[in-house]
Design a protein around this ligand. Structure first.
Ligand SMILES: Nc1ncnc2c1ncn2[C@@H]1O[C@H](COP(=O)(O)OP(=O)(O)OP(=O)(O)O)[C@@H](O)[C@H]1O
Length: 263
């Protein structure tokens, strides 16, 4: 684990964007975006299709450079850093589709994630230290896959693969976890499992989740940011968001409850 408190800026913000604009051939996918999140916060970002949610994550991870403005991670300007350098600074991203090694076991996947600096061969065939074994054991418990530890990842359900990938992300000890639509296509039970997992991880990590499923947002969210046309339209509790006329309007006037397909 990275040591908490070291390197954080005085404001206690884990991530900030200042007047960030991202233009694609003149079209502003992100438009003068000002956003900040406290260290230790669990934040959910919602917004209709095309609101700029994915581009927002892309600009934090360095996949896309801002056309204007700056992104600060723990007070440090990320300008001109590569995706790899930003990942090493402590920003981990989980994409919507799981990217686990299907022919390896659940345990082996976690071992590799714990040993990103080693090659796959030594991660699998080198003798793990007792600290590593304990880390993997703890991760298996956290993601609820202890009894499936020695199964090939190919045999896991979609929801279990999502949990495994979240475990692999956590294995790399990021300070900030970016999680893109973790419950798309999951059963209600798996959705709840993922929610509980994120809530447990939120006790020791800063987490930014992008999600459409309002039931899920209600389960995990304390503070919700609504993006629209590349800017923050509104921020507040889930109740405030659902009752805010401007938010209802951008979701085509329908109650947010019915927006899961639209959002
Ligand atoms: N590389 C690109 N070139 C041109 N336009 C792009 C590019 N990437 C995104 N856009 C446009 O920017 C806007 C925001 O896209 P983005 O994918 O960030 O939205 P989103 O909120 O994630 O949408 P969704 O909910 O549909 O995934 C969209 O209109 C999209 O078409």
């Amino acid at each position: 684990m990275r040591e908490e408190g070291i390197g954080y800026d005085m404001s206690g913000k884990i991530i900030e964007t200042e007047n960030v604009t991202v233009s694609f051939d003149g079209f502003k996918a992100i438009n003068n975006l000002n956003f900040s999140m406290d260290v230790g916060e669990l934040r959910v970002v919602i917004g209709p299709n095309g609101a700029g949610k994915t581009t927002f994550l892309d600009v934090i991870t360095g996949k896309v450079q801002p056309t204007q403005g700056r992104v600060l991670f723990k007070g440090r300007n990320l300008r001109r850093l590569s995706e790899h350098q930003i990942a090493l600074l402590g920003i981990g991203r989980k994409f919507q589709t799981p990217r686990v090694y299907l022919n390896l076991t659940v345990r082996e996947n976690l071992q590799i994630a714990c040993n990103r600096q080693k090659n796959v061969f030594s991660a699998l065939f080198g003798r793990p230290s007792s600290a590593e074994r304990n880390t993997v054991k703890g991760l298996l418990e956290t993601i609820g896959l202890t009894i499936k530890a020695d199964l090939a990842a190919a045999l896991l359900s979609h929801g279990e693969k999502q949990r495994l990938e979240i475990g692999m992300l956590v294995a790399q000890s990021p300070d900030l976890l970016l999680v893109d639509e973790p419950v798309a296509g999951l059963t209600d039970e798996e959705t709840e499992n993922i929610g509980n997992l994120l809530l447990a991880l939120a006790e020791s990590h800063s987490i930014l989740v992008i999600e459409h499923d309002m039931e899920f947002v209600r389960q995990i969210a304390r503070k919700v940011t609504v993006l629209h046309e590349g800017s923050v339209l509104y921020e507040g509790s889930i109740e405030e968001v659902q009752n805010e006329p401007r938010v209802i309007e951008v979701y085509l006037g329908e109650p947010l409850e019915n927006q899961q397909k639209i959002a």
